[in-house]
Design a protein around this ligand. Structure first.
Ligand code: SF4
Length: 236
């Protein structure tokens, strides 16, 4: 089912294919951006004007222009073509990846768009950029990260420092739910946490590391639940 969904996302009718803009178009627009230091509005108008001149049916995107510039020109025009500069203005680029589609332990809440059978993570619609990227990359986290970094690079963003966000309606199910080990209801129980991690303690002690790893592994796959149990847990 998942593979079919992925294949469908690649299928495009032939009439949707747009011919590549001409080389002369790129040469001229790159020359003008360098010379006139165009802002986005003037750049849009110039794109349309040059389309008429070079007989193009559709103006290229800013990214296409950047990708058609040589290394020297790209460095000069990047700042005029960068999309959504605020996205990485803080110096940190966010990379969102998705867990594979897994049903929540209790099934699906009424308001949830549950499309797990169609290969879409629970609570998502399959249209979000992060979901589409995850589907394209078969939900492999490594491939998803590189795909996002590639997008940052081609849109003129820096990705020296990233913040990784793991998404998915049921990320805790996918990653094993440790909440009941450290939480009482919705309240974090610091005493339980300290006991589990043997704190204060010697964090460099290999024996302690071994004991904690064993406890964590024991929790893995331990979770079996139902709607009734989940509701009881939420009530208490
Ligand atoms: S993803 Fe959230 S809303 Fe959807 S079924 Fe699971 S808990 Fe409910």
């Amino acid at each position: 089912m998942l593979e079919r969904h992925i294949l469908q996302s690649f299928k495009k009718p032939a009439q949707q294919l747009i011919p590549m803009p001409k080389k002369e178009y790129f040469e001229e627009i790159i020359r003008k951006i360098k010379k006139e230091k165009l802002g986005k509005d003037r750049l849009s108008r110039l794109k349309v004007r040059l389309c008429k001149k070079h007989g193009l049916v559709k103006p290229p995107t800013d990214i296409e222009i950047l990708l058609n510039a040589d290394e020297k020109d790209a460095a000069k025009i990047k700042k005029y073509l960068q999309t959504k500069p605020v996205r990485t203005a803080s110096g940190v680029s966010v990379v969102a990846i998705m867990t594979k589609p897994i049903k929540c332990p209790h099934g699906a809440c009424l308001m949830c768009s549950s499309m797990v059978e169609e290969g879409i993570p629970q609570s998502y619609t399959g249209k979000e950029p992060a979901t589409r990227r995850a589907i394209r990359n078969l939900f492999d986290p490594y491939l998803q990260v590189f795909n996002r970094l590639e997008q940052y690079a081609v849109s003129g963003h820096s990705f020296d420092k990233i913040e990784l966000i793991v998404m998915g309606g049921n990320a805790f199910k996918a990653m094993n739910d440790f909440s009941r080990v450290f939480f009482d209801g919705f309240k974090f129980n610091f005493a339980k946490f300290k006991k589990f991690f043997e704190l204060p303690g010697d964090v460099g002690d290999p024996e302690r590391t071994k004991r904690i790893q064993q406890k964590l592994l024991k929790q893995k796959n331990k979770q079996k639940t139902s709607l009734k149990k989940e509701m009881h847990r939420a009530d208490n």
